[in-house]
Every structure is written in structure tokens, then in C-alpha cells.
Design a binder for this molecule. Sequence first.
Ligand code: NAP
Length: 257
Amino acid sequence: MEPTDERTEPEPTFAGETVLVTGAARGIGRACAVRFAERGATVVGGDRLDQSETAATCAGLPGAFESVTADVTDPAAVEALVERAADTGRVDTVVNVAGIVAREPLATHDGEPWERSVAVNLTAPFRIAREAAPHLRTTGGAVVNVSSIYGQIGAAERAGYVSTKAGVEGLTRALAAELGEDGVRANAVAPGFIETPMTEPYAEDDAARERFRERAALKRLGDPEEVASVVSFLASDDASFVTGETVLVDGGRATVE
Ligand code: NAP
């Protein structure tokens, strides 16, 4: 038989399922929301920014998108966000994408970026997972947290980012341990350089972009959709025996010389 590039396996489907995605207004969160809606899920997106572009992209897809304005550092907003998802009748997957990166040289910063990083990147995913856990235990659902290669390697002037991303990988393992007996899986993805509004300032000139490209074995930057693919895999039954894992999505940046 001639080899063919055509996919023969059916795509994982999330029809009839509810997926909560934070940071869904743009970047990786938007790509995740669209991916799940393409595959039939009702997606409840939580972001402090306007999510109308995500809603517009999802319109006409097999699933649906519902927008909730929420600052994930606000416990009441998190409660309301999870409640909104549960109001659909079930919560199958929680994807913690909302995150921030702040520059904080040890010599000059006053501790504020550190506090903010902890609140957004670490405390919020914990709080959302805790609020959603009773619902996830019912569905035997999944948590997917978004870490970073900087959860695994250091970076100067990024103490808050590096520490909270390492922390979210630990949180992922703790959730896997605690929720596993109810069939709930918890995994993380650790992206390398992905072209989103977050990384725009880091790749503003061609020389900087070239340096980032050179560092990856694949010699290119990543797209948000390439992260969404791995997130949806980890949320799907195709990953039914995978839990407590962090998957690098970095084009070989962190592991290849
Ligand atoms: P992005 O373009 O900045 O999108 C992040 C979204 O999260 C924004 O809409 C942002 O809104 C929102 N958000 C931030 N803090 C929030 C809060 N307190 N409450 C609610 N929403 C909040 O970033 P991205 O590049 O897509 O990154 C998404 C995730 O991937 C982050 O966790 C990031 O650390 C991680 N990551 C990204 C890369 C990359 O290269 N892009 C690499 C590794 C890991 P605001 O603008 O208001 O903050």
C-alpha cells in the first residue's frame, strides 16, 4: 500500500462535554478554547480581557463558547467562573492558561512582580482546581495546567516566573496524586517560545527572533495551536493512562543541544 499523509484515526471528540479555559481572550488560551469548540465542547472562557474575538472565532463551530469576565486572582470571581461552568450540568476539563511574566532583577525589584506572579501563575490554578474538583470527580475529568520551559530551566531576572512555573508542575503532580482515585487526571504542558501577545516584546527585532529560533532544535518559533494540540490530547481519552506528567512543547529548546 502507498504511504499516505491523510489522517485515518478520528480526532478526539469533546461533544457534550464542558471545558473551562482561563486566559481565553488571546494567545494560547484562545487557541485552546477554539480547539475544544472545534471538537464539540461547550467552552467556558474566563479572562479579565474582552473575549469577543474568541467568541466570534468559535461561532459556527460544533461546540459553543461562553465568556465570563474574571480576574483569576479574585477568589469570588473564580467561584463564579467554576459555577458558570458547572451550570452547564458538568465540568469535564479545566485548562489553566492565564499567566503573566514579569521582569524582576533581584537588585531593583520591590517584590511586587513576585507577588503578582504567585497570585496569577500558581495560586489561581490551585484555587480553580480546588473549586472544580468536586465536579471533576463526578465526570472523571482532567486538569491541564500551562507551565513553561522556565518551569524546568532557570532564567535571569525572572525569579517569579521560573518559581511559579516550577510550582505549577508540582501542583500538577499533587492534583494527580489526590484526584487519581476518582479517575481525574492532571497534566501540564511546558511551552517554549510561542508567538502570542505575551512574547511580542521579547521578539520585537529580527535579531532577537533569530536568537530564539536558533535555540530550538526545530529552528523556529511555535504557534499557539501547537500548544492547543497537546492540551487537547492530554484532556482526551487518548491520554487515559497519562497523569502527573508535564509535556514540553518547545521544538526541542530545553532538551536538545
Ligand atoms: P497572553 O497572550 O498574555 O495571554 C494570556 C491571557 O491571560 C491574557 O488574555 C491575559 O490578560 C490573561 N490573564 C492574565 N492574568 C489574568 C488574570 N489575573 N485573570 C484573568 N486573566 C488573566 O499569554 P500567552 O503567551 O498566551 O500565555 C498563556 C500561558 O502560556 C501563560 O501561562 C504563559 O506563562 C504560558 N507560556 C507562554 C509561552 C509563550 O511563549 N507565549 C511560553 C511558555 C509558557 P491580561 O493581558 O489582562 O493580563
